[in-house]
Design a protein around this ligand. Sequence first.
Ligand code: IPD
Ligand code: CA
Ligand code: CA
Ligand code: CA
Length: 269
Amino acid sequence: MTQFDQESIYQQAKEWVLEAGAIIRSSIDQPREVDTKENANDLVTEMDKQTEEYFAKAIRSTYQEHRILSEEGFGDDVQDLDGVVWIIDPIDGTMNFVHQKQTFAISLAVFCDGVGEIGFVYDVMADCLYHAKKGQGAYKNEKKLDPLPESKTLEESLLMLNTIWCTPNKKVADEPIRDLVQTVRGTRSYGSAALEFCYLAEGIVDSYISFKLQPWDIAAGVVIFKEVGGVTSQTTGERLTFLHQDPIVSAHPNLINAISDYIELKYLI
Ligand code: IPD
Ligand code: CA
Ligand code: CA
Ligand code: CA
């Protein structure tokens, strides 16, 4: 079993997250170099890369034996979760970062032997830090978040999803998703998966579905949401891999069953 000093790694990671966030905040109005990746809407900026490089250098100089799984290419070629692995999205919500200059986050998780030990999601412009250590509850800044209350029914609940999943697409049958959207009280879409997990943890939204999230989009949020009793799995019911893209559903444990009637048991293709 790998030795893991949860408290000291948490303190170090927190310092780096706040520092990286302060750098982004102080340059928010500077002109951006915006490139595209897989398609014209898949944006990346110099700040995404610079921030990830900042973490990679800091982690490598402090913890030589740890590995990094991250979005922008400064990490390692991680094929398993043995030992200590930092899972990092330097800016989650790059489209918001570029277009809106708000509602984006640094997402950083630390896993040990496949178990999520530490999660940070930092809403940079709001200077709001969501954080959790496994087994010790989840926090929004200094405030401990309450455990999830009794489950609502689907009809009383708010669902987060990207409306793209209601349109014909290659990944999932869109008709049952539309049925689900018509069943819930309302839908929300915030443009940052990491923050969407934190809104679940705060109890201000009730469920989240997305069909192609990467480990760095979800790792920290899953750690945080789990601490208040939330559940996240693949839409097939399988465990998350935290190694490649997974279709995910995240909610109160009772609500998850109701949702999977729509997206898995009946119709998932
Ligand atoms: C994206 C955001 C977005 C989600 C996309 C992600 P990025 O991350 O989390 O909410 O819908 O699937 O790729 O690219 O801004 O880090
Ligand atoms: Ca991206
Ligand atoms: Ca992301
Ligand atoms: Ca990103």
